[in-house]
Write a protein that binds this ligand. Structure first.
Ligand SMILES: NC(=O)c1ccc[n+]([C@@H]2O[C@H](COP(=O)([O-])OP(=O)(O)OC[C@H]3O[C@@H](n4cnc5c(N)ncnc54)[C@H](OP(=O)(O)O)[C@@H]3O)[C@@H](O)[C@H]2O)c1
Length: 335
């Protein structure tokens, strides 16, 4: 690559897995139009589930035909600004959450769609939009209260570890599931009350024995058997928020034949609710400001997965790393 070009990742075709769908292409670094800024991306967040599903053509609310750009959130440095741009100076840090803006070394974006941040760090990138998703899902969809039992699955992941802390801050008893001792250690550090390493303990058995009145709010990221167990253990008027179903992203969706779910929900007046951040956009700004304040005042911590991914070429490996379940904290790629 020479200094006047940059690399980005595009989905060239739909394919069953991310790696088979993508290609790296090289383009000239753009010049800004009057309302645009040019950002040199420093870090991009990896959302392996969304990345895989979009490359399979399985994201039903987005109608895309390849080729299309990939990646979502990025944080970086403003290197050029159009003549109408008043809100950004060259050298300032900017965060963006526009689909297609993440997996690329440079991006041109209308300045009104970028958000000025103090520093281009992976922690700040994790707060927005990952942390914001956790906050909006818990409060707006899960109707989070205090002094309830809250269960977070994939609790040591990028989204889960923020959800754990927010549920604790709201004054709840928080159960977190995870799959390794290192993740259990992180959850302990974050104040999780009951940590269930599902490789050494059975989730259903723990819930049945230790939480006979059930779980009031479930932040459910995993799917399959974990989802079924969570539904079975909902309290009266319990709410289960479907955040995602990461156990299904690397595979074909599992067909299920069993009694309809209303059989389980009705007698407890419980509910299962879907959450999708783009459909709750109106809550983003307030949630972002509140989260940044919580982070600045050291009321919440951000965990970044220690495995380093450097450059556009590393993105497919980062996606596989997350889908393999090995990550602890948010997976980011550095450019
Ligand atoms: N709805 C929305 O708008 C929205 C926004 C952001 C994220 N999400 C969803 O939130 C969930 C977490 O996403 P994330 O990006 O923050 O990922 P992540 O939690 O950082 O990583 C995924 C984690 O899932 C856990 N997992 C459990 N069973 C798994 C299995 N069978 N295969 C693979 N992983 C398994 C693994 O941890 P353990 O083994 O320790 O459990 C793994 O580390 C995903 O479902 C994602 O789609 C949804």
């Amino acid at each position: 690559m020479n200094s006047s070009t940059y690399k980005k990742l595009v989905a060239k075709r739909f394919a069953q897995n991310f790696k088979s769908a993508i290609e790296i292409i090289e383009l000239p670094i753009p010049k800004p139009t009057p309302d645009e800024i040019i950002i040199r991306n420093k870090f991009a967040g990896v959302n392996a589930g969304f990345d895989t599903l979009i490359c399979r053509g399985d994201v039903s609310y987005i109608n895309l035909t390849p080729p299309f750009d990939l990646g979502v959130e990025a944080v970086g440095e403003v290197i050029a600004a159009g003549e109408n741009v008043k809100d950004f100076q060259i050298g300032e840090a900017a965060l963006t959450t526009v689909r297609g803006g993440g997996y690329r070394e440079y991006q041109a974006i209308n300045a009104s769609l970028a958000f000025k941040v103090r520093e281009a760090t992976p922690e700040i990138l994790t707060l927005m939009p990952t942390g914001v998703s956790a906050l909006v899902a818990l409060e707006q969809v899960g109707e989070m209260k205090s002094q309830e039992v809250v269960l977070v699955t994939a609790a040591a992941g990028g989204t889960g570890h923020i959800a754990v802390q927010l549920a604790k801050l709201a004054g709840n008893h928080v159960i977190g599931t995870c799959g390794s001792d290192a993740k259990a250690h992180l959850l302990k550090d974050l104040g999780c009350d009951r940590i269930i390493n599902y490789r050494t303990e059975n989730l259903n058995q723990v819930l049945q024995e230790e939480y006979p009145n059930g779980v009031n709010l479930v932040f459910e990221c995993v799917g399959r058997q974990v989802f079924d167990t969570c539904v079975d253990n909902l309290a009266v008027r319990g709410r289960l928020v479907v955040i995602g179903f990461v156990s299904e992203y690397g595979n074909n969706f599992e067909p299920v034949t069993q009694p309809r779910i209303y059989q389980k929900l009705f007698w407890k007046a419980a509910s299962v609710r879907g959450f999708l951040m783009p459909m709750y956009k109106e809550y983003m700004v307030e949630a972002r400001d509140r989260l940044f304040h919580l982070f600045d005042s050291k009321k919440i911590k951000v965990a970044i997965d220690p495995t380093e991914f450097q450059g556009i070429e590393s993105i497919p490996t980062a996606v596989e790393h997350l889908l393999s379940g090995r990550n602890c904290g948010k997976v980011v790629v550095m450019f």
